[in-house]
Design a protein around this ligand. Structure first.
Ligand SMILES: Cc1cc2nc3c(=O)[nH]c(=O)nc-3n(C[C@H](O)[C@H](O)[C@H](O)COP(=O)(O)OP(=O)(O)OC[C@H]3O[C@@H](n4cnc5c(N)ncnc54)[C@H](O)[C@@H]3O)c2cc1C
Length: 241
């Protein structure tokens, strides 16, 4: 597919975890970089490979400016992410597309069912965007469960932010779950994301499920949720590969 790219400038980089960075971009060509929560951009990287484009979900909410944030995990032997880690600094230029994708669609006037966001790793990006958007626009909603799976405590992204939100955003429930056990300083959930939504929605409370991340987790979750009695239209997903 042929994309149109626009010059963007990296305006900040934050190390979020040992192998995840937050990249902040500005697209000077636009006064505002328009997008819906849940959309992604494509980057064009000089990889000299058959495919030089990579997709990244926007992790920030639309903010009437020409800036946005991405959260990217370093993939061992990954061409694009190793390029970003080795070559990209504040001030670097990267061509990016306009926002693409239909994961969550335009901002609704209200959410009439519970929202259950299920993700692993950087799959949290679109959910951070939508949660910030709900707050910024005071969107009426019911319960919002954010289930975030990773291996170790040091892999948890945006931890303080979401812990704090539990005290301020009505109905918001943040459930990080670690797949590696043996950490005595961890008092939260352990295991895989699946057991959390299976427990929370065992009574089939009306809910729209949004799943984001790598294929294996998503396909298993989608099937589980359908097996729990939910219609497949209530299960939306964004695959990272
Ligand atoms: C909609 C969407 C949103 C995403 N959002 C995020 C995000 O927010 N954060 C994040 O960390 N990751 C995200 N990803 C994953 C991201 O696009 C990359 O796959 C990931 O960063 C690894 O890239 P890499 O170049 O390091 O790995 P690589 O393994 O080098 O390449 C990754 C992928 O690029 C394609 N590719 C590479 N070379 C070829 C080739 N020669 N021929 C055909 N295909 C090729 C393949 O699909 C491959 O799996 C998202 C993916 C999608 C589809």
């Amino acid at each position: 597919m042929a994309y149109t790219f626009y010059p963007s400038e990296v305006i900040d980089i934050i190390d979020e975890t040992p192998n995840v960075k937050r990249f902040f971009f500005k697209v000077p060509e636009f006064e505002t970089f328009d997008f819906y929560a849940g959309q992604f951009v494509m980057m064009d990287l000089p990889l000299n490979s058959k495919v030089n484009t990579r997709a990244y979900s926007i992790a920030s909410a639309p903010n009437n400016s020409n800036t946005f944030e991405l959260i990217i995990v370093l993939k061992e032997d990954g061409l694009g992410t190793n390029y970003l880690w080795k070559n990209i600094r504040v001030g670097s230029q990267i061509p990016v597309t306009k926002a693409l994708g239909k994961f969550m669609g335009p901002r609704p006037a209200s959410f009439d069912t519970d929202l259950c966001f299920v993700c692993t790793g950087t799959g949290i990006a679109p959910f951070r965007s939508i949660i910030q958007d709900i707050i910024n626009h005071n969107i009426p909603h019911k319960n919002i469960n954010l289930i975030f799976g990773c291996r170790f405590q040091h892999d948890i992204t945006y931890r303080k932010e979401f812990e704090a939100l539990q005290n301020t955003l009505p109905g918001f429930n943040y459930i990080p779950i670690l797949s590696r056990t043996g950490d005595e300083s961890w008092h939260g959930e352990t295991g895989y994301v699946h057991r959390v939504y299976q427990k929370l929605y065992a009574d089939a409370t009306p809910c729209t499920f949004y799943l984001c991340g790598w294929k294996v987790m998503i396909m298993e979750a989608r099937q589980n949720i359908i097996d729990m009695g939910y219609d497949k239209k209530q299960v939306k997903f964004e695959l990272y590969d």
